[in-house]
Design a protein around this ligand. Structure first.
Ligand code: AHR
Length: 489
């Protein structure tokens, strides 16, 4: 057993935690949209207007706040008009990025908004800059948001939707340094300025426009964006970072040793450096935080499960992924002054998924349970918490304890992860300037290789746990490889 002191000062506020930090991402990739979310109205799988009821319930339970769509790389080849109107007449296309399979466009704009309405989440549309035209993107915005007489509003009405939808978040392209057009940052910045000019605020709708940001540590990209993008026209800059130590051999999601585990954790911890350094650049141009950092793709990316289509990016999800999710979300909370949104890749059946499906079965992954444990941070005020720590591995940055805390409506939520695979951690925490007297806790723990499959979907699940609070002194013991939420009120 190792002992760690911790201090939380409820007066010492970092920033508001936007619910969108707990966001997600759904791409036309593998079995994410089709099978995972959308099964069609005639499916024997229970659905409402073609959307699986089990996934909607699962998403509601974690208060899923925002969903990004339709890509990813798919977004920069997506032509939205192919995905509206009578399904029989919708154009079929090749999904060139993801397995070369036929995309029949049966899930399009109307179906996406229907999904968001059922879940009760914000839609986040990623527009096509790489292979689309300005007119196409401008018309999409008009189609979705204009309440009046116009060609696109008429078309929307002909397709059965009288009233426009509300759309806040609009991405102007995706990875335009790569699959979205291989652009140089100076060129993309000019393209961004042009494209966004024609995306109008119609009928009281107010767009939060997001520019394509850097890949990982491409600090020059951020610098060029901040230098060239106008604050009136840009509310966010994205960042993509996948936790992949070696792209030529991404390793198995389930077969790994302790060194592999520590390597993924140290890669994930690089997120903290990236957030700090991109923030430093943004601070120089935008000291008042008018432009947010939007980490709209993050997570673990392994080799696909044996026997599955390599283009479908289907992977299992173990307690290792839960630990990675826990420390990532703690980092986002701590950086919530600049980080206004983050979207895990991806929501169903792809990469570090929340849920997996097989026919009519659905299971919640360990990563899903972390979002459940952390959901009360949404809309809280992040407060500073200082934790004594110890590094788990020489030469790698892997702190044993990860933590963050927030306060909302008189309730403090403290989330902790013990990354050690061998040692318990006794946390003794002084809580200052907070009047709570009742404490409760929930835990997710298990062998680091443990995962849920369709025969045993509850191998890894949340359980009630014990913490004590005496005169502001909180005490909780974290088993090895565990994620714990402590609630004080
Ligand atoms: O999430 C899978 C892919 O990763 C996305 O399509 C792309 O944006 C990123 O490279």
């Amino acid at each position: 057993m190792k002992k760690f002191s911790m201090l939380i000062n409820a007066k010492d506020k970092i920033a508001h935690i936007n619910p969108e930090i707990y966001g997600h991402f759904s791409e036309h990739l593998g079995r994410c949209i089709y099978e995972g979310i959308y099964v069609g109205e005639d499916s024997p799988i229970p659905n409402v207007n073609g959307i699986r009821t089990d996934i909607v319930e699962a998403f509601k339970n974690i208060k899923l706040p925002i969903l990004r769509w339709p890509g990813g790389c798919f977004a920069d080849e997506y032509h939205w008009k192919d995905g509206i109107g009578d399904k029989k007449n919708r154009k079929k296309m090749i999904n060139t990025n993801w397995g070369g399979v036929v995309e029949d466009n049966s899930f399009g704009t109307h179906e996406f908004f229907e999904l968001c309405e059922q879940v009760g989440c914000e839609p986040y549309i990623a527009g096509n800059v790489g292979s689309g035209t300005i007119q196409e993107l401008a018309e999409w915005v008009e189609y979705m948001t204009f309440d009046g007489v116009s060609p696109m509003a008429e078309l929307r009405k002909e397709n059965g939707r009288e009233k426009p939808w509300k759309l806040k978040y609009l991405g102007i392209g995706n990875e335009n340094w790569g699959c979205g057009g291989n652009m140089r940052p100076e060129y993309y910045a000019d393209e961004y300025r042009r494209y966004q000019s024609f995306c109008k605020n119609y009928s009281g709708n107010n767009l939060f426009k997001i520019a394509c940001g850097p890949s990982g540590d491409d600090y020059n990209w951020t610098e060029v964006m901040m230098k060239n993008l106008n604050k009136d026209q840009t509310k966010g800059i994205s960042l993509h970072f996948y936790y992949v130590p070696d792209w030529s051999d991404k390793g198995s999601a389930t077969q790994f040793n302790e060194e592999d585990y520590l390597t993924i954790l140290s890669t994930a911890n690089r997120m903290d450096t990236l957030l700090t350094r991109h923030t430093e650049i943004m601070n120089r141009y935008d000291p008042n935080n008018e432009i947010g950092l939007v980490v709209d793709e993050w997570g673990c990316w392994y080799e696909v499960e044996p026997g599955t289509n390599p283009g479908f990016l289907y992977q299992q999800n173990t307690m290792r992924d839960a630990i990675v999710a826990a420390l990532s979300l703690n980092m986002f909370n701590r950086h919530s002054k600049r980080v206004v949104m983050a979207n895990l890749a991806q929501v169903v059946n792809v990469l570090q998924a929340l849920v997996l499906t097989s026919g009519e079965q659905m299971l919640k992954t360990p990563t899903y349970h972390v979002f459940d444990l952390y959901k009360e941070h949404q809309d809280g005020e992040a407060v500073y918490c200082y934790t004594e720590n110890e590094n788990l591995c020489e030469g790698k940055d892997v702190p044993m304890i990860s933590s963050s805390a927030s306060v909302k409506d008189g309730v403090m939520t403290i989330t902790l992860a013990n990354c050690s695979l061998t040692d318990e951690a006794e946390i003794n925490c002084d809580i200052c300037h907070f009047a709570g007297t009742e404490v409760s806790a929930r835990i997710l723990t298990g062998d680091v290789h443990a995962y849920n499959d369709f025969d045993t979907p509850e191998t890894v699940k949340i359980e009630e746990y014990t913490a004590t609070l005496v005169d502001g002194a909180l005490s909780v013991t974290l088993p090895p490889c565990s994620v714990v939420t402590v609630t004080v009120k």
